[in-house]
Design a protein around this ligand. Sequence first.
Ligand SMILES: [Zn+2]
Ligand SMILES: [Zn+2]
Length: 346
Amino acid sequence: MRQLTFIEPGKLEWWDVPAPQITNATDAIVRPLAVARCDLDYATVRGTGLQGGPFAFGHECAGEVVEIGEGVTSVKPGDRVIVPFQISCGTCDHCRQGWTNSCLTVTRGAVYGMKPICGEEFGGALSELMHVPFADHMLVPLPNNVRPEVLAGGSDNIADAWRTVAPHMEKYENPTVLVVGSGRGIGLYAVQVAFAHGASRVLYAEIGAGGEALRMAAEMGAEVQLVPSAADLKSLGSFNIAVDSSGDMEGLKLAIRSTGSNGTCTSNSVPFDNAVPFPMTAMYTKGISFHTSRVQGRALLPQIVEEVARGHFHPEQVTTREAAFSEAAEAMDDPGPKIVFTNDWT
Ligand SMILES: [Zn+2]
Ligand SMILES: [Zn+2]
């Protein structure tokens, strides 16, 4: 079958690889229908993300079940489902507590389309078929009224934005939200979620040159601010909830400095070193809660799906381009905030 394979920055190839098989009674085989480009995919093809090709590429997927093992009861061939990008079993001590980012049954950090993270190849979403273990737990039904293109990224970039904002809103009377973005999808989803959950004010800031995402955030109703150099700026104000999706050390520090009294600051940027200096005295005095982790993709997915199905927020408004699977190798470095690929092989 066809498999999009990352070789090195700027180089993706279509490889012909063996199709996955059912190897366990709890497995399913899924045919991807829509695959969203994760913000990390963009960084990887640009040379600032993952390294260590070759590996199967693409991990934000919605698709159709084509085959199930004899032990699978919750889905059947023909069902439309969302495939969580992280692989988890649903029954271990961690999964039972909702820590589906660190399942104890599978290889640590097991994910599709990002072999360097876990060291094991689980296949990618820009392929004709995907192998899904623990299918009864893993696969989340796609509502009939939602196109696969809308929720392909439901367990990853969309959930990753949602968790920075939604769970913290109830702590504050008229919550104000700051999102320090990078021009990619996650920051824009966070803006959407903030408004959907009743933010009284949302500021979307971007460090550097700025582009399409600033315009889109303004269209969503956010105040926007371009920050030429974050190091020179004391703060962007005083926010109940601050989100760092900047992928930039100075952006993270600016988000912390802009978190107000008893505020909550979450960073979902992936730091590639351990050298972030925390302004602990200021954080202690203000009473800031700081959170960082990989997203709990599978655990959060049902809530995300429900909110999108009832029109609470609209991930499709963040998508700047829909392209065909067969265009994916060329379109992966499109500078737009969010690209979604649609299966044109049928
Ligand atoms: Zn991702
Ligand atoms: Zn588990």
